[in-house]
Design a protein around this ligand. Structure first.
Ligand code: ATP
Ligand code: MG
Length: 240
């Protein structure tokens, strides 16, 4: 039932100065599987994302994406292959409409200029899948916070990624917005592999299909959501 392995990490290590932040991380993310990355504050989750998308270079280990080694590729090269470009509210254009933002994103990943028709089609598909169609012509600065967070995802979708890396996308959302957001993530995962970092365990475990737990930069659990909470190491981390 699981699709092919989209992302494969083997022995990924990284240090900031003398502090080892990632230690021998192995990770397999499969197409069509909503994969949740858990771990306490400072475990190295965001650092792992930055290593996957190319903002940071590991000191050891390999990163394979879609079957090829991308360990030495730049962030832009990875994004053009469809690896997890994410946008943040800070990178939205608040004075432009939702649609204009999406068009800009749809143009972003190609060095060779994408034709206007192709960019339009990508932006339209992203608009549809994000559930923001009714807000198409609204000025982004006037959107509710939860809608701005959905727009971030829509911008990433407009680049037609094979995989999305979502780092605490529900932070700051109301309980109701979280519910909507989680539904979107479920829909997205039929087309796009998703690796999600989320502290809200209740929402996250509801939608996750596979869980990896990081602690002090090392993988301490990798398996089914149902088994995650009963694993002694996970209990120890979360319940003290
Ligand atoms: N640029 C940096 N320079 C030095 N140390 C860093 C840097 N970025 C992160 N760290 C350290 O690396 C460790 C892992 O940080 P990281 O942000 O990856 O954790 P996290 O799991 O994402 O935590 P959180 O749940 O709080 O977001 C922490 O100890 C942090 O202080
Ligand atoms: Mg983080």
């Amino acid at each position: 039932m699981t699709g092919p392995c989209v992302l494969r990490l083997r022995g990924v290590a990284l240090s900031f100065g003398r502090v080892e932040v990632l230690r021998g991380v192995n990770l397999d993310v499969h197409a069509g599987v909503r994969h949740l990355l858990l771990g306490p504050n400072g475990a190295g989750k965001t650092t792992l994302f930055n290593t996957i998308n190319g903002h940071l270079r590991p000191s050891a280990g390999t990163i394979e994406f879609d079957g090829s080694d991308v360990t030495r590729l730049s962030t832009g090269q990875r994004a053009r292959r469809g690896l997890g470009r994410t946008f943040q509210i800070a990178s939205l254009f608040p004075q432009l409409t939702v649609w204009d933002n999406l068009l800009i994103a749809a143009q972003a990943p190609s060095l060779l200029k994408k034709g206007a028709r192709a960019a339009n089609a990508d932006a339209a598909a992203a608009l549809e899948r994000s559930g923001l169609a009714a807000q198409r012509n609204m000025i982004v600065g006037n959107l509710a916070y939860g809608q701005q967070r959905l727009l971030e995802i829509a911008m990433a979708l407009a680049t037609k990624p094979r995989m999305l890396l979502l780092d605490e996308p529900m932070a700051g959302l109301t309980q109701e917005e979280r519910g909507t957001f989680a539904e979107r993530v479920v829909e997205l995962s039929t087309h796009t592999a998703i690796l999600l970092i989320e502290h809200d365990l209740e929402v996250a475990l509801r939608i996750a299909e596979h869980v990896t737990v990081l602690s002090l930069g090392a993988v301490v659990f990798d398996g089914k959501p149902a088994d995650a909470l009963s694993a002694p190491i996970v209990k120890e981390i979360y319940l003290g």
